[in-house]
Structure formats: C-alpha cells, structure tokens
Ligand binder design. Structure first.
Ligand SMILES: [Zn+2]
Length: 672
C-alpha cells in the first residue's frame, strides 16, 4: 500500500516540475514506467481510482496537467484529449487494432514537443493556445506569431477551424544552438514557449507542425482529407501513411513510417531527404481510425478516444557495472551524483557516465558499490541510470564505497553544502565550478548584455588567469596587450569586447539582479524585486519579511535571496563593482500614490493589458497574476473567469478588495 502512495506522490511531483519548469528530473520513459506501475496498482486497490487527486482521473493525466504559468488562460472549443492506449510491443499494437475492428487507419509520427491549438474564425487566424489540461490552456498567440511556423493567416471566407499541432525545435537546430542549455529539444521548446514576453521566443528555432482537427465548419469525412487540406493551404504538416489492414500497418510501423523516422545520435528524428518536413524528434507513432463516421461509432472513454492508439519506440538500454559515484557541482551550484561505470555503447556513442538525479533517487534504487545497473537513453542527451539489475556482494576489491555517501562539502571549493533534501547545493558564490557560468550569465543578452563574453571566451580568459570573478571583468582593459596576443583574438575583437564592457555599465536594476545568478531568481522575480526596491542599495538591505510579503515569492526563494545579500563574497563584489563604475539605473517613480498596492488584471478590457499595467506601475503600484487577500483591486473585463470568481469569493468573506467592472469605474479609480 505504501508503494502506491509513494508512486502517487512521485507522479504528482514530476507533473508539477514539468508544468512549472518545463522539464523534469526523470526521462519520459521513466515517467511512463512509474505511471504504468501506478495504474496496475490502482486496479488492485480500486478505492484509489475514486480519489479526486488520482493521477488517472486528470484527463490527459500527467505531464501537462497542472499549475498556473502567469499566462492568460484559454478554454478550448473542443477538448484536446491525449492518447491513453500505448503499445510497446507489436503484439500489443495488433491487439488494439483488432479491437477497433481492423479498419483503415492513418499513421503519423508522434512528435515529442508541446501540443497546441490554433483557431480560425470567419476565415481568419485569431489565436493560439497550449494544450494545458486538455480543456484549458495558456494563451500564447503572441509567442506563436513569432515562431518560424508555416501557416496561413486566412482561410476561405467564413471558415471556423481548430487546428492542432505540436510546437517543436528541429534536431539540427537544437544541436547547433541549444544543446548546452537543454538536454533535449522538448525541454527547450517547453521552456521557450512558456515565456511571457514574445521577444524571448523569437529566433529560437521553434515551429509548429499541424496534424489534427478539432471544431470545424468544413465537411471533412476522414483524416486524409483533412491532411490534404492542410497541405493545400500551406500549413506545415507531417508525413502520414494509410494502412488498410494489419499487414500494411505492421510494415509501416516496422519500417518506422517508411524510413521517415531514423536514429540520430540516440534520438528518433524525422528525416526527410526532400526537406519537406523539419527534423522533429518523435517518441513513437500515432495510429488513428481514418473515417470520422467510424470514429463516432467507436466513441470515447473517460481517458480519451477509443479509435486512436500509439506505438512507443523503445529506449536504448544497456547493463553495466557501477564503479564510483562522482559528485559534480553544476553552474547553478546544484551538486548532482553521476555514476561512473564500465564503458557501454548506447545509440552509437560510447559512454562511461550517467546521471543519478539526486541522493534520494540513489536510495530508492538501493544503489551500492559494484552493482550491475541499467543505463538508458531515450530522446535525450543525458544517459540515466534507471535501475539496479543486481547487487554483487562479496567482491573484495579496493573501491569507492565512500563515494556512495552523501557528501558534506562541495567537491570543488570545499565549502559546506546546503541540503534541501534531496537536493544539495554549494551556495558559495565564489565557487570555481560556478563562477565561469555566473560570468557568462552576467554577460548574457537578458542580463548586462556584454557582447563577446560567451562561454568559449570566458573559458579562455579563465585559462589565462585574466578572469577570476565578476568584478575582474572590469579589469580586463588593463590587459589589452595580453588579450590581443591570444589566438583568435586580435585588435578588433578586443576593442569590441572592451567597448561592450564599458558601454553596459548602467544596466536596468532588474537586469543586474537577474545577472547575479541568485538561485531560482529568474527574469520575472528580478523584475518584481526591482519594482519593489527601486535601488540596488535598498535591494541589498531587503529582509525576509519584506520578501515574503511580495506576491509571488515563496519561502525558499526568499531565503535564497537573503542568504545571497548577506554573503561576504557578494558584499565585496558589489562594492568592487560599484568602485569600477557599475551603476544601475534606479527605477523611475512618477508617483507613490499606489505604493504597496497590488492589482490584478483579468478578462478582455477596452485596452490591452499593458496599458493598465503602465498606469498602475507609474503610480508606484504592482500588478500580480493571481488574486489573494493581499490584492487591492481587480480590473475585470469580459470573460474574466477564475480570477473574478476568486475575487468575489474573497469579497463575500469580508476581504476588502475593490472590483472594477467597467472602463468607467477603472478611469474613476485611477483618477484619469
Ligand atoms: Zn563549491
């Protein structure tokens, strides 16, 4: 019984991780195994299936169901259901096919990206939204428009159409530009598409491939007709095949869609000699009954359509023997256990190391020295240890048992580790493992935007002892000769770098705060902090209580910030940076009229959201994405939804929240 509770908690945790951060500590295959194990146990203990929070009760349970993201919500016209029936073996697939009545089916790649939906009304493109929980997704129209998607802005007059697709980043683009920051294209696209600001989406290689229809005013009688419509109307679609019987279906599946899907560097990639389709990463094939009339006859279950099923590609796996655990400090300060083992070959790459995620994961597996372990790679750069095959007791060798224990000190700087079980952190801002990454981050486009101080250059400057910490950036000008003498540098490049360093000495306050790499302080939090404190000095004097009073800052982030601003290394850096001429622009306050007041904007108002936000912020107020007791007033437009409900609920409980329900009331409130 305990196992089923553990599984439930784990699935919930990974769902949340995935939804909030767009990535998860475990691979998809690992997630699926946990989920399958849970489903099997739930059959044994049916009372679990009745619980409201059962993972099997969330439609399209799993990865994309869940939490708020700060983006506006959108209710889909018809639900985007996920495919519940997933075959891992050909025999299982045959079973599904026969149960459907062996009809004509359409086979398409199962794309490994973020499902989304775009809408046409009166023949015109109107909006785009993510799948979300299948019923309500995030509105991402602005983000969608700046992707490299091929889609028509207009269709025939009067057409109403929901078109479903998958946002992906092509594998060749990922390899070239994103592999340092993400371990697979899906994590990359998920992180990028969740950005609040469309500027952060533009030029990142994202495109949407379309393959499915929702509500439609056009008389499609089957899926092939719809796919033809997509192709003839200049939508980027996917390659499909039709099978009339099991023999044909089997041939298409066994040939990985007639050779369209190939193994490249351990990924399953859509490869098309004619370049009609981008190199999308796929995790299997989707098989759907072609005829729409027949689909209606076959019908749906609570979990999804009964006329569709998937065939999942097998992950690459090998068994080997673990020799040692290496504790690695990453550039964020997180210390991760990595297994070192006898060399194995996975997907054509020879590997000797694989991640163990965290100390708890090792304990769950009961990992011991000299164990035989299973290594897996599935559509991911990082190989993972997924289970212990067997313990090898009685081996009498000199070994590394010690390395299997939780370390107390950072392996790089030897300062004491901070434990947020099961995660371990080195919080020494001067730690050598982190400082290079911190300099690169400080110089990155969204922080100070110092051009020419990327990872490769920082590596070289470290080698040459020309960089040692953040303030040393501003001493580089004293080493002009040494710099010019470095291979591939030269006068022009050095000029550009030194100029850029000088020209970016007056960043916005939020850019500077963001650039400091405070654990878990991203752009949004940095902006909130700048808005709250106005000057760097005030920010450096922030207190725990003040931070906790802010709308979107929880205890962990608040503690991270307080620890950071009190760290002696940090205080020294800030002093030195100031001495060397770095000065943040203070936030311009036009008035303090609304100081300390928080507003929520929801629904469709007369002007765009930004218009009201500017008014509020210029008067010193703050805009938050969620309604709470701390909310001062809510600006309620048409179709406001859950935020309005929440606000009214709080008002009825006696909270003093002002509800502004018309443009007139809003103007009056802000005295305009
Ligand atoms: Zn360290």
């Amino acid at each position: 019984m305990a196992r089923i509770d553990d599984l439930k908690a784990l699935i919930k945790k990974y769902d949340e991780q995935y939804y909030e951060w767009g990535q998860s500590e475990i691979s998809d295959a690992q997630y699926d195994r946990l989920y399958d194990e849970y489903v099997a146990l739930e059959k044994e203990f049916p009372e679990y299936a009745l619980m409201e929070d059962s993972p099997t009760r969330t439609v399209g349970a799993g990865k994309e169901a869940g939490k708020s993201t700060g983006l506006e919500k959108f209710r889909h016209k018809s639900p985007l259901l996920s495919i519940d029936r997933k075959a891992k073996e050909i025999s299982e697939l045959m079973d599904f096919y026969i149960k459907c009545g062996s009809p004509q089916v359409i086979v398409e790649p199962k794309l490994d990206g973020i499902t989304c939906n775009i809408n046409y009304e009166n023949g015109k493109f109107v909006n785009a939204a993510t799948r979300g929980n299948g019923y309500i997704g995030d509105l991402i129209t602005d983000n969608f428009k700046v992707t490299q998607t091929k889609y028509p802005k207009e269709l025939e007059e009067g057409v109403e159409l929901e078109v479903r697709g998958e946002a992906i980043i092509p594998f060749d683009y990922f390899k070239k530009h994103l592999m340092e920051d993400y371990s697979n294209p899906r994590n990359a696209v998920s992180g990028i598409m969740r950005q609040i600001d469309a500027k952060d989406v533009k030029g990142k290689g994202v495109q949407v491939l379309f393959y499915d229809v929702g509500v439609s005013s056009l008389p499609f009688s089957n899926d092939s007709e719809f796919i033809d419509y997509l192709k003839s109307h200049d939508f980027q679609s996917v390659p499909v095949r039709i099978a009339d019987n099991w023999e044909q279906l089997k041939q298409i599946v066994e040939s990985s869609l007639d050779g369209y899907i190939q193994q490249v560097d351990g990924f399953n990639v859509l490869m098309d000699a004619k370049k009609e389709y981008p190199q999308a990463v796929c995790d299997g094939l989707v098989i759907k009954v072609n005829d729409f009339g027949l689909r209606n006859e076959i019908g749906m279950s609570i979990k999804g359509p009964k006329w569709a099923f998937a065939y999942k590609f097998k992950p690459l796996q090998e068994v080997t023997r673990i020799e040692k655990v290496i504790w690695q400090t990453g550039k964020s300060g997180r210390i991760t256990p990595v297994a070192q083992f006898k060399e194995v070959s996975l997907g054509g790459t020879k590997i000797t190391r694989a991640t163990l995620n965290n100390i708890d994961y090792m304990k769950q597996m009961d990992l011991q020295w000299n164990d035989d372990i299973v290594i897996e790679r599935s559509n991911d750069v990082i190989p993972r240890v997924i289970e212990v095959k067997k313990h090898n007791e009685g081996l009498d060798l000199d070994g590394f048992e010690e390395s299997f224990h939780q370390p107390e000190y950072c392996p790089v700087c030897h300062e004491k580790i901070k434990v947020l079980y099961p995660l371990l952190y080195c919080v020494n801002p001067a730690c050598k493992a982190q400082i290079k990454g911190k300099i690169v981050h400080y110089a990155s486009r969204d922080a100070l935007n110092i051009v020419g101080l990327g990872k490769a250059i920082v590596d070289v400057l470290f080698e040459e002892n020309l960089l040692s910490d953040l303030p040393s950036i501003y001493q580089l000008k004293e080493y002009r000769e040494q710099l010019e003498a470095l291979p591939k540098f030269g006068k022009k490049k050095v000029d550009n770098l030194l100029n850029s360093i000088e020209n970016t000495k007056n960043p916005e306050l939020w850019q500077f705060i963001y650039g400091l790499s405070i654990p878990e302080v991203g752009k949004k939090t940095a902006k909130d902090l700048a808005q709250r404190y106005h000057t760097l000095d005030d920010f450096m004097n922030c207190t725990m209580q003040e931070l906790l009073d802010m709308e979107d800052i929880g205890e962990i982030i608040a503690q991270n910030i307080v620890d950071f601003v009190h760290n002696p290394h940090v205080l020294e850096w800030i002093q030195t940076l100031k001495k060397r001429g770095v000065k943040c622009k203070d936030i311009e306050i036009h008035s303090e009229e609304l100081k300390g007041k928080t507003f929520v904007i929801t629904g469709t108002l007369e002007h765009p959201r930004k218009y009201y936000q500017d008014i509020i912020e210029k008067k010193g107020g703050k805009v938050s994405s969620s309604v709470s007791k701390k909310t001062t007033a809510v600006l309620i437009g048409v179709d406001a939804g859950s935020k309005e409900t929440k606000a009214r609920e709080l008002v009825s409980k006696g909270e003093s929240i002002t509800l502004l329900t018309s443009e007139e009331e809003i103007l009056k409130y802000f005295q305009m």
